[in-house]
Design a protein around this ligand. Sequence first.
Ligand SMILES: Cc1cc2nc3c(=O)[nH]c(=O)nc-3n(C[C@H](O)[C@H](O)[C@H](O)COP(=O)(O)OP(=O)(O)OC[C@H]3O[C@@H](n4cnc5c(N)ncnc54)[C@H](O)[C@@H]3O)c2cc1C
Length: 305
Amino acid sequence: MSALRGLILAAADSPRLQRFVQRYGFRLGAARFVAGETLDDAVLVLRRLNESGLLTNTTLLGEGVRDEAETRTVVAAYREVLDRIHAEGLRTNVALKLTHLGLTIDEEVARRNVAELVEHAAERGNFVRIDMEESRHVEATLRIYRALREAGHENLGAVLQAYLFRAEDDLAALLPLAPNLRLVKGAYLEPPEVAYPRKSDVDAAYVRLLEAALTGAGFTAVATHDETLIEHAISFAQEHGIPKERFQFQMLYGVRPRLQLDLVRRGFDVLVATPYGPEWYRYLMRRLAERPANLLFLLRNLVRG
Ligand SMILES: Cc1cc2nc3c(=O)[nH]c(=O)nc-3n(C[C@H](O)[C@H](O)[C@H](O)COP(=O)(O)OP(=O)(O)OC[C@H]3O[C@@H](n4cnc5c(N)ncnc54)[C@H](O)[C@@H]3O)c2cc1C
């Protein structure tokens, strides 16, 4: 991991920085990565993306909730999101974080909350993906995913992070479920005991996961902006006769928008992860850490006032 990336992720914990960014950040440039602070804002963006041929998901930003009552508010908000997607006829599904739904309080609270949302989504023909967070949550997250799949819920997916040493074993254990998996490189600050520190190792691990997922049963969401990996996925799928319906590309709102549309023009499904909500601070910090040049973008806006 680059020193700057580590520094940005570590600095994100500073309450002073959080106050400053929270106060000025949206105006300064958070709007590039976040579809707005309200569901109404997000719906406008989601519709526009859909109209340009892109699939979308949305997330009510927030994580690390420590109060059970608050998790119920989050569940209610997601029920409303699913109802609204249905009413508006959007091609949008939902991605959520288990620590937003109570994972740090009690695994059972998170499991119940996500089960309720998965059911609500199924009644509206929709799909829920459980994002993957810090490595300390991986075990419980995969346990919940597996429990819900074994309980008969088909409309949910999970995420594997290539930077984690354990990811390949996790994939092998999940493949018999014919899972819907999103593959990512990984966005958190992880110690070298659990994750590859070097980018080249992460990229190589991503290729191994990608090939194993594509040739296994299930559906693969290739979530990266890395063109080399994207082209590898395309040629690997062609060489192995893997139909386009078995995978899609996923990218983040505000990142490589031209590449997103180019892939659509080439006939691939592309989903744009389009989060919204007032709690965008940690999400923005991860986006800055991934590409420190984004800091310059924010600073330029600051200078321009
Ligand atoms: C749809 C989606 C869902 C995700 N879900 C999760 C998750 O559940 N858990 C998790 O840990 N991580 C998640 N991530 C983040 C992921 O782990 C990476 O941190 C992120 O995608 C950057 O890595 P990359 O694969 O794009 O490759 P990189 O090698 O980091 O980047 C490749 C190129 O993409 C561009 N790029 C990458 N990031 C940015 C950025 N922030 N701003 C501008 N340009 C950029 C640059 O041109 C860069 O050269 C998700 C990513 C996507 C796209």
